[in-house]
Design a binder for this molecule. Structure first.
Ligand code: UDP
Length: 456
């Protein structure tokens, strides 16, 4: 067994407790653990990870006192405010206690927190510890956020008037259109601006870590570095640099890998909308017909609807569908997505374009159909279709004929093959970026040195 004295430096990591945020934070933990740090994950009781999957980490629960009503309200800004109001005192008390009792091997060197768990910056300051922010989305999404106050000031968007012309280009953010901005409601933009201001407050933090890489977002990262007072470290893609055991909150159905093993190379379309977005019953029915009529093989993640009264999760699918598709399709509640995307049988990915899914698709050279729902997903869809050119844009019309054509275009047609070639080319660039001498490799080396040099 490894001797504890070998790890004199401990990092406390504070993830935001949603799947798309937990994954990158735990992966970052593995990366920094592989560089010799001890890792404590300080996590809310809400969505607490399965500790048995992560024996290398120490877990410190934050007593969160969340009301299910706020968490299930679906209002992201309210949920984030609730986390920040409730968690500061419990985190501060538990960390002060472990520091006082010297419960840990190794001194706490730094707190690394998800940008939305900004209460952790105040805790760090009070305990006289340095802190670092983790941004779990793309660099271009952050640039877009940073541009919103200027767009308001110059009258391009407004809280008073009608919404801007959604298909027009946003000045200074080519090729984004107003419809691609991460704004759900232009009228309530002030709430969003307050959230951004809190999440982007870097006055007390020593650096910002990004799950991205310069071969993908070099220009955006350079612009962000110009705007930032503190150094940025782009060390992604985390999940490829230090693969972790499952970080999933839901149980992964691994039977789909056996099913994939029986399929031909590049023949399967994988459909998954991440952990939050979902289709309604009518859209599910159109999807079913579209997939059936496309004659293509598919692996489809249909998450159970927590509000459903159906006794069986598959009851939300149209009657007779499971029997009708036979061996041509596989439907699961939750997939081991990274393994699925790395499987040779998968030739396309129908995605909501969350940043993790986007990176996971790009890292495996899989072309995509981009169906964004909210937030940063719009920006990523636009970049996938216009800049990296490994994705096709999905319109708003969830209609079976459109679905059939889009699937065939991606899996069978020349257009899809060309997208796949570009995706494979980009995957090769990402591989180089991660290997010795590449951008992410060098940044990680610098980050480790920087953390060790930190003093409050
Ligand atoms: N994921 C998974 N199995 C699934 C669907 C999603 O493991 O069936 C993972 C996926 O690999 C990704 C995360 O859940 O790491 C979703 O994060 P993303 O940023 O793509 O979207 P979000 O869920 O935050 O909208």
């Amino acid at each position: 067994m490894e001797k504890q004295w070998k790890r004199p430096h401990r990092l406390v990591l504070v993830p935001c407790p949603f799947q798309g945020h937990i994954n990158p934070m735990l992966h970052l933990g593995y990366i920094l653990h592989s560089k010799g740090f001890s890792i404590t994950i300080s996590h809310t009781q809400f969505n607490f990870p399965n500790t048995a999957n992560h024996p290398d980490f120490h877990f410190l629960p934050i007593v969160d006192g969340f009301s299910d009503r706020v968490v299930s309200s679906g209002n992201f800004i309210d949920v984030i405010s609730s986390f920040n109001n409730n968690c500061r005192a419990p985190l501060e008390e538990s960390l002060a206690l472990v520091m006082e009792t010297r419960e840990y091997d190794g001194e706490i060197t730094c707190i690394i927190y998800d940008e939305y768990m900004y209460f952790a910056a105040a805790v760090a300051k009070h305990l006289k510890l340095p802190s670092i922010i983790l941004r779990t989305s793309s660099a271009i999404h952050d640039l877009t956020y940073n541009a919103i106050p200027g767009l308001l000031k110059d009258g391009h968007i407004s809280t008073q008037d009608a919404d801007p012309i959604l298909l027009e280009s946003v000045p200074g953010l080519h090729p984004l259109r107003f419809k691609d901005l991460p704004i759900t409601n232009f009228k309530s933009i002030n709430d969003l601006l307050q959230l951004i201001a809190n999440a982007h407050e870097t006055r007390t933090s020593a650096a910002i870590i990004w799950n991205t890489m310069d071969c993908l977002e070099g220009k955006s990262l350079a612009q962000l570095q110009q705007q930032s007072q503190v150094p940025l470290f782009a060390i992604g893609p985390f999940h490829k640099i230090a693969p972790a055991k499952s970080c999933s909150i839901l149980e992964e159905d691994t039977n789909c890998i056996e099913w994939l093993d029986k399929q031909a190379c590049n023949s399967v379309i994988y459909i998954s909308l991440g952990s939050i977005a979902s289709m309604d019953k009518k859209e599910l029915a159109e999807m079913e017909w579209g997939l059936a009529n496309s004659q293509q093989h598919f692996l489809w993640v249909v998450r159970p609807d927590p509000t459903t009264t159906c006794s069986e999760w598959t009851d939300s699918l149209p009657e007779g569908f499971i029997e009708a598709i036979g061996e041509r399709g596989c439907i699961v509640k939750w997939a081991p997505q990274k393994e699925v995307l790395a499987h040779g049988a998968v030739g396309g990915f129908w995605s909501h374009c969350g940043w993790n899914s986007t990176l996971e698709g790009l890292c495996e050279g899989v072309p995509m159909i981009c169906q964004p729902y909210f937030g940063d997903q719009w920006v990523h869809a636009r970049y996938l279709t216009q800049v990296w050119r490994t994705g096709q844009e999905w319109g708003d019309n969830m209609e079976r004929g459109e679905i059939e054509r889009a699937v065939r275009r991606l899996i069978v047609d020349k257009e899809g093959k060309e997208m796949r070639q570009r995706a494979v080319h980009l995957k090769e660039k990402i591989d180089i970026c991660m290997s010795e001498g590449g951008g992410s490799y060098n940044s990680l080396y610098e980050l480790v040195g920087y953390i060790l040099s930190l003093k409050i």
